[in-house]
Write a protein of this length. Structure first.
Length: 292
């Protein structure tokens, strides 16, 4: 990435971190354990890819950043809730998240479960009260985030993942991860577009879909090749759990080729934006070349 792009993404991350800090309940307010857990799981770490996508999409469509803040925060709240629940012993049973103890290791399983529940509802409160947007736009954004998060999106993908075995077709993996990972990434693009233009251009919708799958393939490759201190979570977890991944189903060279093809597809879908799509293109490149 260029220095200008890196600086822009850093600016987005700092911005959404500040917005989240304002919108989350203060740690000192009752119930303090719950609010501390919510802030612990949400603040102070992570790539903020989804928030960056909201901002980059909205700015590509000439929206001011102020109009995008609540959407960026809402998608990060949903992502934080999903990570809390994903790490629980009844799910993937991971002890490390973002380079530190996962929420249930730090606060206990019961508090972590409630923190995830509360973050999910907070996300929709944030969208419903987004300032400066028409009521119809806020409703469309709530619907888009609910669809990305629910049984036909992220939650449904997690349900499919829980039943995953050591062998799977590529088509099965696309369905599973298109929901579990891809739906919220595509949803972030949709939120940015809705906040900017009250509609989602077909090219941006396709970009979000391709990016979501490319991101998951890169994640699968990191699970095989990554280093825990860099990745920020346990590596080799999928193999240990006996789950098929894009890396195991395709082999590492073909998985890399598939990620690159999806990247090319994502870039092609941005052509209608001209130069305004440059940052989104850089984010897509980061998604397949990252080391964490």
């Amino acid at each position: 990435m260029s220095e200008e792009t890196l600086e822009t993404l850093k600016r987005y991350r700092v911005r959404v971190e500040n917005v989240l800090g304002r919108l989350l309940p203060p740690a000192q307010s009752t119930p303090t354990d719950l609010h501390e857990a919510m802030r612990y799981a949400t603040l102070g770490g992570g790539k903020r890819l989804r928030a960056c996508l909201v901002y980059a999409t909205g700015e590509a469509l000439r929206a001011p950043l102020e109009a995008l803040d609540h959407a960026a925060a809402a998608v990060e709240l949903i992502h934080a809730y999903s990570l809390i629940h994903d790490d629980l012993p009844c799910m993937d049973d991971d002890d490390i998240r973002r380079g530190r103890p996962s929420c249930h290791k730090a606060f206990g399983e019961a508090t972590a479960l409630l923190a995830g529940d509360a973050l999910q509802t907070q996300a929709f409160t944030v969208l419903a009260t987004a300032p400066g947007l028409a009521a119809a736009t806020r409703i469309a954004m709530v619907e888009a985030l609910a669809q990305a998060s629910g049984s036909l999106g992220m939650a449904g993908g997690q349900a499919l993942d829980l039943k995953a075995g050591p062998v799977a077709t590529v088509e099965t993996l696309i369905e599973r991860h298109g929901r579990k990972t891809g739906a919220l990434i595509q949803g972030a693009v949709r939120l940015g577009a809705l906040a900017a233009a009250s509609e989602v251009p077909a090219g941006l919708d396709h970009y979000g879909q391709a990016l979501g799958l490319a991101f998951q393939i890169a994640d699968d490759l990191l699970d095989v090749e990554g280093v825990a201190l860099v990745v920020g979570k346990t590596v080799g977890a999928d193999a240990a759990a006996g789950k098929a991944t894009f890396a195991s189903a395709l082999g590492i060279p073909e998985a890399r080729r598939r990620a690159r093809a999806l990247y090319d597809d994502a870039l092609a879908s941005l052509q209608f934006l001209g130069d305004n799509g440059g940052l989104l293109a850089s984010i897509a490149r980061y998604a397949i070349e990252r080391d964490h």
